[in-house]
Ligand binder design. Structure first.
Ligand SMILES: Nc1ncnc2c1ncn2[C@@H]1O[C@H](COP(=O)(O)OP(=O)(O)OP(=O)(O)O)[C@@H](O)[C@H]1O
Ligand SMILES: [Mg+2]
Length: 240
């Protein structure tokens, strides 16, 4: 699904990603963990070119998206991204928020887009919020809408950057549940999270990032049960 080759990213003289080589296969659920500032968000953002790599390549679904000739907006339609903050349009209804991109991009007619939005809203149990505005929703509801909005473009892969870390604790579960259902349906996912329960349960692979590299990776059993690197052990002893 996605190949990352010799990926380096610097901000000024600060090298944040140090020659990362990775491959994520279709259907994998990769969970990325690691200390603050280790480069997790930057790594994720380089995958869909929200950050342009300083050097190296990102090949998504057979297309070199780092090639300046590639139309990145077209590619991004196939890569949903959900952030810590939901970035919904406050003056548009939930329905409008969800149908805006598919109709503007002429991927669907208005009535088709609406029907699809209702189907997705049903999946996250928020059908009754179609005509509400984002300000009338809880944080957990807003985040479920943000996920639906990404899904409305029928992406091939979803990127999540700490989707639950801005939520009140009682709302974390409902968002993780939606993500878990998505995983069960076979979605390819890369998820930066501090939710170690989710990582264990849903992750097919866990990457531990430290200081711009993927220091260690493996199955959840390997990383949580038997971490090899001292830095991984130290990190896990603090978060588990
Ligand atoms: N736009 C930017 N300009 C300058 N430096 C940046 C920029 N974005 C990130 N950095 C720096 O890059 C490093 C890695 O940041 P990044 O956000 O990828 O870390 P992270 O692992 O996601 O951390 P956290 O767990 O706190 O979200 C940090 O030192 C950060 O200050
Ligand atoms: Mg981050």
């Amino acid at each position: 699904m996605i190949y990352v080759k010799n990926l380096c990213k610097s901000f000024g003289s600060h090298q944040v990603l140090k020659n990362i080589n990775e491959h994520i296969a279709p259907g994998e659920k990769v969970v990325i963990i690691g200390p603050s500032g280790s480069g997790k968000s930057t790594f994720l953002r380089c995958m869909n070119l929200l950050e342009r790599p300083t050097s190296g390549q990102v090949i998504f679904d057979g297309v070199d998206i780092t090639d300046p000739k590639t139309d990145i907006n077209k590619i991004r339609q196939h890569m949903g991204m959900v952030f810590q903050h939901f970035n919904l349009f406050p003056h548009k209804t939930i329905m409008e928020n969800i149908t805006l991109a598919p109709t503007r991009l002429k991927l669907m007619k208005a009535d088709e887009a609406k029907e699809e939005a209702l189907r997705l809203l049903r999946l996250v149990n928020l059908e009754e919020k179609a005509d509400a505005y984002p300000g009338q929703l809880s944080g957990g509801q807003k985040q479920r809408i943000a996920i639906v909005r990404s899904l409305a473009l029928n992406p091939k892969m979803m990127l999540f950057d700490e989707p639950t870390s801005a939520l009140d604790p009682e709302m974390v579960g409902e968002v993780l549940e939606v993500m878990k259902n998505l995983a069960d349906e076979g979605m390819t996912m890369a998820v930066v999270t501090h939710e170690m329960g989710f990582a264990r349960e849903v992750g097919t692979r866990v990457m531990f990032m430290d200081d711009g590299i993927i220091l260690e990776q493996g199955t959840p059993e390997e990383i949580f049960g038997n971490p090899k690197e001292a830095r991984t052990q130290e990190f896990l002893s603090k978060v588990l």
